[in-house]
Design a protein around this ligand. Structure first.
Ligand code: FES
Length: 198
């Protein structure tokens, strides 16, 4: 028997050991990768990242706004927002900030303090004080006015807006000081100045 044939059993065992170790390593790497991907997905689900592209913009001294007053603000992206005061506790919860753009066909809604509602005159859309559609096409479709976050710091009222749009379009602006109603402007004009058809 040659030396080569004598070494064969040991060599075969070595190859088997090497293959077993290699396959274990591959499986382990696969498991680690799989669990890692799963953990990353689960982490994103459990702890969703707060959009880093949002920030606060100053609106007005809260003391200047009386209960029932509504002010109008245009976001850096050009969205019109209606901010209405409902209570006077010196808290952000005294106010509600809602998009002025009707979710039906995009006309401008306005606050009617005397009727305690937001109204869209294009097709008689009616929203309750929280912006929930309760009449007309938005009520039928279960549509609501998008809501914006507010905060008060040292007596100053701020609204949360997107930084992406800030960078793209510049500052937002308070386009109307507090007043009781939006009478006098045409609410059927959209923000580009076009008139919506019924
Ligand atoms: S656009 Fe407002 S009800 Fe139609």
């Amino acid at each position: 028997m040659s030396d080569e044939s004598k070494d064969r059993p040991g060599a075969a065992a070595g190859r088997r050991g090497f293959l077993a170790a290699a396959s274990t390593a591959v499986m382990s790497a696969g498991l680690v990768g799989g669990y890692g991907a799963f953990a990353a997905i689960a982490g994103r689900f459990l702890y969703p990242a707060r959009p880093a592209d949002r920030g606060w913009q100053f609106l007005i001294e809260e003391a200047r706004v009386a209960i029932g007053d509504s002010l109008h603000y245009r976001t850096p992206a050009g969205e019109n927002v209606s901010i209405t005061r409902k209570e006077r506790n010196g808290e952000a919860g005294d106010f509600i900030a809602l998009s002025s753009t009707c979710p039906h066909l995009g006309c401008q809604v306005h606050w009617e303090g005397q009727n305690n509602r937001y109204f869209c005159p294009c097709h008689n859309g009616v929203f309750d004080p929280d912006g929930v559609g309760i009449g007309g096409p938005p009520g039928d479709a279960g549509q609501s006015l998008p809501r914006y976050a507010l905060k008060i710091e040292k007596g100053l009222l701020y609204i949360e807006v997107g930084f992406d749009s800030l960078a793209a379009s510049g500052e937002g602006e308070l386009i109307e000081e507090p007043e009781r109603s939006a009478a006098g402007h045409d609410p059927c004009l959209d923000r580009r100045g076009g008139k919506r058809s019924a």
